[in-house]
Design a protein around this ligand. Structure first.
Ligand code: 2HA
Ligand code: ZN
Length: 279
């Protein structure tokens, strides 16, 4: 089967195109990766042309032999639906998780995203967790959540609670909360490690003054996470822009009731009274 006809690939292209239409991917902003099953890789076999091994510069033994679809560095999400073989490539890791090689795509001399370290460290973390594997890692630059990182304290507790209050879907869609990383140089090992650490606990990590990383079971779930957190941030930015801000809000007790009646576990550390903050 042609890679571009495979179901997993079509859903990645749709996610990239949807993200572009949402306004989250100016120029070459954002990146995306997806871990293929062995079966998915086999279905694309006839088109694979393995290139030379390239050192990752770090090792992810948990991902030895794994294959990924990833967006290319400098490539535009705007082009994903028009020339997917330019925007995307398939890569495979070696048996030690120290080198990768291009298997398909990245036409016209492309290579994987500059944020490959964060993508792979996040995949390594998610692969070690129980439950349905989160095979999609998605990075975007949505305006409202970025704006919030200039006005809220950069803490997991504050971001989670404020975003949860905006509409009940939020605690239901990301009950584990939201992690926040301080501003760091993009593309590096340090930001990858900080993000990987937060991904042990969260599926959404906000990068202060930059954007968001999220991890979903499939492309639709990843898009849904990004969409939900950005919509919540948009409502909060509107509320904060009104003189006087909030006049009332959802109380911890109401979130506890939601947790009980909808059967989701909302950690108590996000449900504390807010001293000196009214509401
Ligand atoms: O791909 O978004 O963080 C460009 C970026 C880097
Ligand atoms: Zn970015």
């Amino acid at each position: 089967m042609k890679v571009t006809d495979a179901g997993f690939f079509r859903s990645l292209v749709r996610l990239a195109d949807d993200g572009w239409r949402m306004g989250w991917h100016e120029r070459n902003g954002g990146n995306l990766s997806f871990r293929l099953t062995e079966e998915e890789l086999r279905s694309a076999e006839e088109e694979l042309r393995p290139g030379a091994w390239v050192p990752l510069g770090f090792s992810v033994p948990e991902l030895a032999g794994a294959a990924f679809a990833v967006t290319g560095t400098g490539r535009y999400f705007r082009d994903a639906a028009v020339k997917p073989e330019d925007t995307f490539g398939l890569i495979g890791l070696d048996g030690r998780g120290e080198n990768y090689r291009i298997l398909w795509g990245f036409a016209h001399g492309g290579r994987p995203t500059s944020e490959l370290p964060t993508h792979l460290l996040t995949h390594a973390v998610k692969a070690s967790l129980p439950g349905e594997p989160r095979r999609v890692v998605y990075h975007a630059h949505p305006s409202n959540i970025i704006a919030l990182t200039f006005v809220l304290p950069l803490s997991d507790e504050v971001f989670t609670r404020e975003l949860w209050e905006m509409f009940p879907e939020c605690p239901l869609v990301f009950p584990e909360g939201v992690g926040v990383a301080p501003w760091m140089v993009p593309g590096g090992r340090a930001i990858a490690e900080a993000t990987g650490d937060l991904m042990k606990r969260y599926n959404i990590v906000v990068w202060a003054h930059h954007g968001v990383f999220c991890a979903g079971e499939d492309p639709d779930a990843a898009f849904g996470l990004m969409h939900t957190v950005e919509k919540s941030a948009e409502i909060l930015m509107k509320v904060l822009a009104v003189p006087g801000g909030k006049k009332q809000t959802v109380a911890p007790e109401q979130l506890r009731r939601l947790s009980e009646e909808c059967g989701v576990d909302l950690p108590e550390r996000f449900l504390r009274d807010k001293p000196g903050q009214n509401p």
